[in-house]
Write a protein that binds this ligand. Structure first.
Ligand SMILES: [Zn+2]
Length: 257
């Protein structure tokens, strides 16, 4: 029996990206009873500290803290996320297996090429996943896909998510909405701290990696800023390309004056 479809799937280039950009939102949704998942495109082998195995263990711990029902990582090379046909098909297989209603992608601009490439790659995979005649297993150029679907034929059934939203925390752009994560802020921080090889105070890579207190200050400042925009304590920012649809003017949140 395949698992039930995911309600929400967050996709990102690197393990710990989701924890930083939308981890509080995922936890909040899980606490409301939704099935949430995370797809990391790479396995973090280029990181200054720790091995890919360390990061896999840490990612599993972080996923547990965030209450995710599913977490997977593809074998796309870290530092070389490219929007190729084969990479799109790898994401298509996951989308067809997990069948999310909502997909959270990284914002499509940024400093790190893996981040903005993951955005476009994810969007195009969402489109392709809905094409009835597309068979990802028959159409891969790479004939050793290193991917075993949980149930035979799952990746053959088309699926397109209903909604795509973009997590914008890594880029200075005005969000179209924020999610109140005041209740989830501490757990989200602990999920990030589960990446012990990346964030604990240690010698290797000391110049690059700020200590825990410094990280906490930065994370808190960002969450407070976006919280202020929404009239709450802590929030995470998102952008949607579509306009908002309103049914009752008296229920629109966020005070104007
Ligand atoms: Zn990243």
């Amino acid at each position: 029996m395949p698992d039930a479809p995911l309600d929400i799937l967050a996709l990102a280039a690197h393990r710990d990206d989701v924890e930083q950009t939308c981890g509080g939102t995922l936890l909040k949704m899980a606490q409301r009873g939704y099935r949430t998942g995370i797809l990391d495109l790479t396995q973090g082998e280029m990181g200054t500290r720790g091995s890919a195995e360390d990061r896999a263990r840490e990612a599993a711990d972080a996923g547990r803290i965030l209450g995710t029902s599913w977490r997977g990582a593809l074998d796309i090379p870290d530092g070389r996320v490219e929007n190729t046909w084969d990479n799109r098909l790898k994401v298509v297989r996951v989308l067809r297996e997990q069948r999310p209603r909502v997909v959270i992608l990284p914002y499509w601009k940024g400093r790190h090429p893996d981040h903005y490439t993951a955005s476009v790659l994810g969007y195009e995979a969402c489109f392709l996943a809905g094409l009835t005649k597309l068979d990802p297993d028959a159409m891969a150029n790479d004939d050793s896909p290193q991917h075993t679907p949980q149930d035979a034929g799952a990746t053959g059934n088309p699926h397109r998510p209903f909604k795509i939203i973009y997590a914008t925390l890594y880029y200075d752009v005005r969000p179209t909405f924020v999610v109140d994560i005041t209740e989830q802020f501490e757990a989200r921080f602990e999920a990030l701290m589960a990446y012990k090889t990346q964030f604990s105070d240690q010698e290797a890579g000391k110049g690059i990696f700020p200590a825990r207190d410094e990280i906490r200050s930065r994370i808190e400042a960002m969450a407070r800023f976006y919280g202020l925009l929404g009239g709450v304590t802590y929030a995470e920012p998102f952008l949607q390309k579509e306009v908002g649809l309103v049914d009752d003017l008296t229920l629109i949140p966020v005070k104007s004056i």
